[in-house]
Design a protein around this ligand. Structure first.
Ligand code: SF4
Length: 334
């Protein structure tokens, strides 16, 4: 069929997507997964709850803001380092900018009218403010933690290594966490027979030393997860993405080294990827997608319409609910 210019072109429907974050949320609490990814499904029966859920989706606790801002500040530093702009003054300037940014966000969040559900301005900052908690004493320690994370990075051997990569690697990528490029995050998974789902993954930092030699780094903050097999699923997905970009699923002669770097301690976890890591993550994605499909009408990933909300099980852990940003809507849905 030919499309004339006057013929409206139908926007493609949003098919089901898989990401490590998404599947972690599904395993954490199915209802939270619903509220986060299928908010639109509340529109018809619960327009008010939908508006509140949309608002809550943008809120984060102070702890999560520390993680987010630490990423921003480290990315600002690495971009300046890449351009050879780093001096003592520049580092102080970056930290002062971050102090001002966090203070401005905090003040906005504190003053905001959270009853106004139609105000979808982007700065919905702290869940503590939404829930009427006194958060005044949390800002300064949060700022110090974010700036301290950068100081720790700069003082660590990792900083020297990164400078070395800028000198020696053929290509170095540093992410732009303030303006994520969702198109670039997509992984072409047709090679592994997953045509009906979008897979999203993008590392914080990677270096290409040659056509067969890569390094991936992912910045982390908070509780350290020490894994038995030492390479996290997240890192395996990034490595798979690199292989698939080369239209490969086997490592063969390709070396991919990957590490999660915890900014609070500068401890790193990871190593050189093995073929069994790649095989494992391919099977895991396939398995997860089947799980996700169970919660879709007709198990159809193209339509991606959720089954009834009540089919999404709530976690039985009260501890998880204590800090959940959706706890207000969740209670109302009960
Ligand atoms: S409050 Fe608890 S049950 Fe409800 S969405 Fe959050 S984690 Fe799940």
């Amino acid at each position: 069929m030919n499309y004339s210019p006057s013929r409206p072109i139908r926007k493609p429907k949003k098919t089901l997507s898989w990401s490590n974050t998404r599947i972690t949320l599904l395993e954490y609490c199915e209802r939270k997964y619903f509220l986060n990814y299928y908010t639109f499904a509340l529109k018809q029966d619960n327009p008010d709850l939908r508006a509140e859920t949309l608002l809550l989706k943008w809120l984060k606790s102070i702890e999560m803001r520390v993680w987010e801002k630490s990423h921003f500040l480290l990315s600002d530093y690495l971009h300046a380092l890449k351009k050879w702009e780093i001096t003592e003054e520049k580092i102080e300037e970056l930290k002062n900018n971050m102090r001002r940014e966090m203070k401005a966000d905090f003040d906005y969040s504190k003053e905001r009218d959270y009853e106004d559900r139609e105000d979808f301005f982007w700065k919905f900052w702290l869940s503590e403010h939404f829930y009427g908690e006194d958060a005044d004493g949390l800002l300064e320690p949060a700022i110090e933690k974010v700036c301290g994370n950068l100081d720790r990075f700069i003082a660590s051997p990792r900083n020297e290594k990164v400078q070395d990569y800028f000198n020696t690697a053929k290509f170095v990528y540093v992410e732009h966490p303030r303006t994520p490029d969702f198109e670039s995050m997509k992984v072409d998974v047709s090679r592994i027979w997953l045509r009906d789902v979008s897979v999203m993954a993008w590392p914080d930092f990677w270096a290409t030393f040659s056509d067969t030699d890569f390094l991936i780094l992912d910045w982390k903050s908070g509780k350290e997860e020490v894994l038995d097999n030492s390479i996290s699923d997240q890192l395996k997905v990034y490595a798979l993405k690199m292989l698939l970009k080369k239209w490969l699923t086997s490592l063969n002669w390709i070396k991919i080294e990957a590490y999660e770097v915890y900014l609070d301690s500068m401890n790193s976890y990871g190593g050189i990827l093995k073929q069994e890591d790649i095989d494992w993550i391919i099977e895991k994605i396939k398995h997860d997608v089947e799980e996700q499909k169970q919660l879709l009408v007709d198990q159809n990933p193209y339509k991606n319409q959720p089954v009834d909300l009540m089919m999404f099980r709530k976690t039985t852990s009260e501890k998880k609910c204590e800090h959940c940003t959706f706890r207000d809507v969740c209670q109302k849905l009960n």
